[in-house]
Design a protein around this ligand. Structure first.
Ligand SMILES: [Fe+2]
Length: 603
């Protein structure tokens, strides 16, 4: 559905559209009330410019039909099972192909390829209404002074007119505050899940997905895990959060895809890529998944992706609508421990003796299992404890816990999300007792890295953590290592997308309380204590967007990723930063911004 190639033609058509309709329509800015909401962050000149760009059309542009796509698309390789011998695959087609499968071979020409049948599942995908050029059609809803929609005599929202994203731009648009309402078209599609089994360890494989009767994908590749103790590395990136309204304005999927591409290149030959959640902005809008997967395809088909569910991966377009609890798992083929699918699933695997646990922090719906709506319910928490204990008993060298919602980070979510607050005491205690080495996080769109942290009682710390006074040494590689720490290091590599948050706890208490009233209980002492937990905290984007507010800033050209190198009793963490505006064709520079190691005693 991405219509980039039509852009120049579209520009001319759109320009004539604007000229024609501006003569007959009120040349007012769309969503005046939404603009007001954003006005305190916006530069007035820029705001005026962007308002002038949106002209309201009286007549709704003709809605184009959704085109079928029967060549396998939205393809991803996921770790599912034992990565020494198994691998998961997921893809989509519009129609159902009964003979769908994955072909796996050690040779590029698929000599002696093994095939593994796929299960097809019919799903309802929802696509945005678009015009002939592929531009998204928005309704400009009339709003009163309070920003509430005005309803007509028929009880329906009053529509001022229509516009498309081709007519849009400016800072408020990119912050997501300005766009109007878009309609969705339901299309039946099919998602396929296949699992390869009986593979050889430490082996590179080629694969393709599809069917004999239908079409096949291009060739992808992956490698299987080796034996315990074999060195390996992996990359982490997070919160690509591709938003549909920016598709033709500032394409976030392009930044996400580029971050992953650079992460893979920088790491060399990573064994897998970990995405810590929020792949897209709105789970219900299939266009966002399709755009992200399409642009990320060379990477998604070059290595397994370890997928963690984020809160956005279950969001409906309209906030008041039910969350979409299965969308995440429709787009990936990851395990579902306890058969629990709740906006994602939780699972774990061993990779060369390191144990990776992927939690699902979308558990927060009221149920018998979770009466207090915590980010992690009882059943999952029990599973985490048992799973890590088992891994430790089996002699895992390293334990890495992956969470979308962070326990410790430098932006507001970590301290203000109620569902996170409710698990902090229990989870940090478990992390400490179970000797988790690293906690990899997302959700807060800010660069954060703690010292090794130990659990402590609420009496000692309102966030149940204290900095461990660990011995450190500088290795021959000039990297500073924590010498056998007891505590865990919590890492959050900012974001792979364009939405960035302020490093809010570096601001004055007065400012924090003003921009995040839910943190009004914070004291100077709390703030000082919280900040003492961090070795690094920063928002790399240079902007004045956070000067007087905690705005929903969505136009960053600074993305981060991290590389984790595991070798025997040594684990090294490198956090990198990318700079350069892809939308302006700027060169992307990669820069190392933080590096540390953990050295453990021989066991
Ligand atoms: Fe999130």
């Amino acid at each position: 559905m991405n219509q980039k190639k039509h852009q120049s033609i579209t520009f001319r058509v759109a320009t004539s559209f604007v000229l024609l309709f501006s003569l007959i329509a009120t040349p007012q800015a769309a969503q005046a009330s939404a603009s007001e909401k954003a006005a305190d962050n916006a530069n007035p000149t820029a705001q005026q410019e962007s308002n002038n760009k949106i002209k309201i059309l009286d007549k709704k542009p003709k809605v184009e039909d959704i085109k079928k796509q029967n060549k396998p698309n939205r393809i991803i390789t996921n770790i599912n099972g034992n990565p020494q011998s198994e691998m998961g695959f997921s893809w989509y087609t519009s129609d159902k192909f009964d003979d769908s499968k994955v072909w796996v071979s050690e040779s590029k020409n698929f000599k002696n390829a093994k095939t593994f049948d796929a299960d097809a599942q019919k799903v309802d995908s929802k696509y945005l209404e678009r015009d002939k050029q592929g531009n998204i059609i928005f309704k400009d809803i009339a709003k009163n002074d309070e920003g509430e929609p005005v309803k007509g005599k028929d009880g329906k929202e009053k529509v001022n007119g229509y516009y498309t994203d081709k007519h849009a731009g400016g800072p408020e648009w990119m912050s997501g505050d300005k766009h109007g309402k878009a309609n969705l078209i339901t299309e039946a599609e099919h998602t396929y899940k296949a699992q390869a089994k009986g593979l050889k360890p430490n082996t590179k494989y080629y694969y393709k997905v599809g069917s004999d009767k239908g079409k096949k994908s291009q060739v992808g590749q992956f490698k299987t895990a080796g034996k315990k103790g074999d060195p390996f590395n992996f990359v982490q990136y997070t919160d690509t959060q591709n938003a549909f309204w920016n598709e033709n304005v500032r394409n976030e999927a392009a930044f996400g895809a580029d971050t992953l591409k650079n992460a893979i290149q920088t790491a060399g030959d990573p064994s897998f890529a970990l995405h810590t959640g929020d792949f897209i902005e709105t789970a219900e809008v299939e266009d966002e998944w399709k755009d992200l997967y399409k642009q990320s395809r060379p990477s998604f088909m070059s290595l397994p992706v370890v997928a963690t569910a984020g809160n956005h991966d279950e969001y409906a377009l309209n906030e008041e609508d039910e969350k979409l609890l299965t969308k995440f798992n429709e787009h990936v083929n990851v395990p579902k421990e306890n058969d629990a699918v709740n906006g994602g699933s939780y699972y774990s695997f061993d990779y060369n003796g390191a144990h990776m646990v992927v939690a699902n922090t979308n558990d927060n719906k009221k149920s018998k299992d979770n009466p207090d709506e915590k980010a992690i319910g009882k059943k999952q928490m029990e599973w985490i404890k048992k799973d890590i204990k088992k891994a430790r008993d089996n002699g895992s060298n390293w334990v890495v816990l992956n969470l979308h919602k962070p326990m410790y980070s430098k932006s507001y979510h970590a301290l203000s999300d109620e569902d996170v607050k409710k698990i902090r005491e229990e989870l940090t205690k478990e992390i400490d007792e179970l000797d988790v080495d690293l906690v990899l996080q997302g959700h807060d769109h800010v660069l954060s890295r703690t010292h090794p942290l130990e659990h402590t009682s609420t009496k000692n710390s309102f966030v149940n953590a204290k900095k461990e006074e660990t011995k450190q040494f500088v290795g021959q590689d000039n990297v500073t290592y924590y010498d056998n720490p007891k505590g865990s290091v919590y890492v959050l590599p900012n974001t792979g997308g364009t939405k960035e948050y302020d490093s809010i706890y570096d601001r004055s208490l007065e400012h924090i309380k003003k921009v995040r009233p839910e943190l009004s209980g914070l004291t100077e002492k709390d703030l000082e204590h919280y900040n003492s937990l961090f070795k690094l905290g920063k928002q790399p984007q240079e902007t004045d967007a956070f000067k007087d507010s905690h705005s929903n800033n969505r136009d960053s050209s600074s993305q981060n990723f991290s590389v984790y190198e595991v070798e025997g009793n040594t684990l090294k963490v490198k956090i990198y930063q990318l700079n350069g505006d892809i939308s302006k064709g700027e060169q992307r520079n990669v820069e190392l911004v933080d590096e540390f190691g953990i050295q453990k005693d021989n066991k």
